[in-house]
Design a protein around this ligand. Structure first.
Ligand code: NAG
Ligand code: NAG
Ligand code: NAG
Ligand code: NAG
Length: 456
């Protein structure tokens, strides 16, 4: 009976979030190409592609727990004018495992250091972004419901104003974040920052938009105004127009934080509450809001990168993300791959492939491992720990540590959980995931009873 809450939770998620199912990219199940690295800042992969006849460069970060067996989210982080992708990686820190344990991140270089949307830019960076997404989707295992775009200054304008307003890009990218974004508009009239018409043709609604802007921004002023023959909207105008286009109404709800030095504005109600979210930060200049020193300086009252991460985790392409699906391992049959096939180094990959050619192929195309016992069966290990087997689904949030590839059986996975005091239950889909206890999957008493959830 203790599993009823889990079942109910699962049923509710299914009912209210029909679209939160993982949509895997074609790269799922594909081995990492030789030389492709996983890891934090400094371990990103230098990749290129040709877009509109131009050779373009980007850094691709793969988290240490990258697995082709699992559909990962992806964050584009676009640099400010005159900067580079490498700089943006250090500024936004989306390659830091503590900040972003599961998603891939992309730091591309603009042509002449700038992005479409800047008055001087001439490139089609929307196409470039879609080309990158396509290339990455083919080679790596992405959850296509969880692709995000963010950026600083010109990069923020490119994300939250150009990509978000594009009829096609806005149907492929789930949510957008601007940090001190430059939301330039063309206008024939003189620039009124509070009324300037905003050109925007998104392909869906609502488009989740997150924005942080400093009151002391001396480059892209909070209150907007004329700049470089364009008109910058004030932030209240920019955000309110987004809310209106999104069908969220024109009202915001605000809360004051840090003794009035930060104000958070949210637009939308009910499930859509906060689909547009904006932070005003007193005294912050033209900088990436960070509570710690970074390449851009030091320091703001709020941690913009972690706020943006929280925002991203809430929104998917087709709706609100269930908290529990945000980092679910993939359950697709084709993704039951062998350990050795995802190691990054060339030598290891080759050894693995040549020593186990048949198994690699067959395990990649065989169905998921079957449930090891009848649904609901209670297993008692030799050390008298009890696990209840649930077949066919996993209601739970993220795992901790990394997936364990060499525990190639459900029993071994359970044994690892038994030896680990932090482990509340496991998921096994050919790869072992140790998980803490989770709401709805209550232990029956003490730490003796554990749940083993098998993905189907
Ligand atoms: C804040 O941001 C940094 C990256 O700048 C991140 O590593 C850290 O975990 C974040 N969270 C908090 C609560 O400081
Ligand atoms: C929020 O709403 C108030 C009251 O209508 C308005 O004065 C303010 O400009 C709005 N702020 C933002 C950031 O939209
Ligand atoms: C394939 O894997 C099974 C068990 O996982 C093993 O017994 C068998 O020897 C392997 N076959 C090859 C060709 O490696
Ligand atoms: C296993 O049992 C749970 C709980 O009764 C149920 O929701 C689930 O559908 C069952 N799985 C299978 C494969 O029958």
């Amino acid at each position: 009976m203790q599993y009823i809450p889990a079942i109910l939770t699962f049923a509710v998620l299914l009912v209210i979030q029909p679209a939160s199912a993982i949509t895997e990219s074609p790269g799922c199940g594909k081995l990492l190409a030789p030389g492709i690295k996983t890891g934090g800042t400094g371990f990103s992969n230098d990749l290129t592609l040709t877009s509109n006849g131009l050779t373009r460069n980007y850094l691709l970060h793969l988290p240490t727990n990258y697995a082709p067996t699992r559909a990962h989210g992806l964050i584009f982080s676009f640099h400010g004018r005159g900067e580079t992708g490498a700089y943006q990686e250090k500024l936004s820190k989306f390659s830091n495992g503590d900040l972003n344990p599961h998603m891939l991140a992309v730091y591309a270089d603009g042509i002449d250091g700038q992005w479409q949307g800047d008055p001087a830019a001439t490139t089609d960076d929307v196409k470039f972004t879609l080309d990158m997404l396509e290339q990455i989707s083919k080679e790596f295992c992405l959850d296509l419901e969880k692709v995000y775009a963010s950026g600083f200054s010109n990069g923020g304008g490119f994300a939250a104003n150009i990509l978000a307003c594009d009829p096609v890009a806005s149907t492929k990218i789930a949510a957008f974040a601007g940090f001190a974004g430059a939301y330039y508009q063309k206008t024939d009239r003189s620039c009124d920052a509070t009324t300037v018409p905003i050109t925007c043709n998104p392909g869906r609604k609502p488009i989740p938009i997150f924005e942080i802007h400093g009151s002391a921004d001396g480059v892209i002023a909070y209150n907007g105004g004329p700049r470089r023959n364009r008109c910058l909207p004030s932030l209240p105008h920019f955000m309110t127009e987004w809310a209106k286009r999104n069908g969220l109404g024109s009202r915001n709800e605000s809360i004051t934080l840090d003794d009035g030095r930060v104000v958070k504005y949210e637009y939308g109600k009910g499930e859509k509450k906060g689909a547009n979210t904006h932070y005003w930060v007193q005294g912050l200049g033209h900088a990436w809001a960070s509570t710690k020193a970074n390449v851009g300086g030091c320091c703001s009252l709020i941690n913009g990168s972690s706020l943006a991460m929280e925002f991203f985790e809430k929104w998917t392409l087709n709706g609100v993300a269930s908290r529990s699906s945000a980092s679910l391992p993939s359950s697709s049959p084709k993704t039951a791959a062998a350990t050795s096939t995802i190691k990054p180094s060339t030598a290891e990959t080759k050894t693995a492939q040549s020593s186990k050619p048949t198994n690699t192929t067959s395990s990649a195309s065989s169905p998921s491992p079957v449930c090891p016992a009848a649904n609901g069966t209670t297993l008692t290990t030799t050390e008298k720990t009890k696990f209840q087997i649930l077949c066919g689904y996993d209601t739970t949030a993220s795992y901790y540590g990394s997936p364990i590839y060499d525990l190639r059986s459900f029993g071994k996975c359970i044994a690892a959980c038994e030896d680990d005091d932090d482990c509340g239950h496991v998921s096994y889909n050919g790869v072992c995931y140790l998980k803490r206890s989770v709401k709805g999957l209550k232990k029956a008493g003490g730490s003796a009873n554990r749940v083993a959830v098998k993905l189907g």
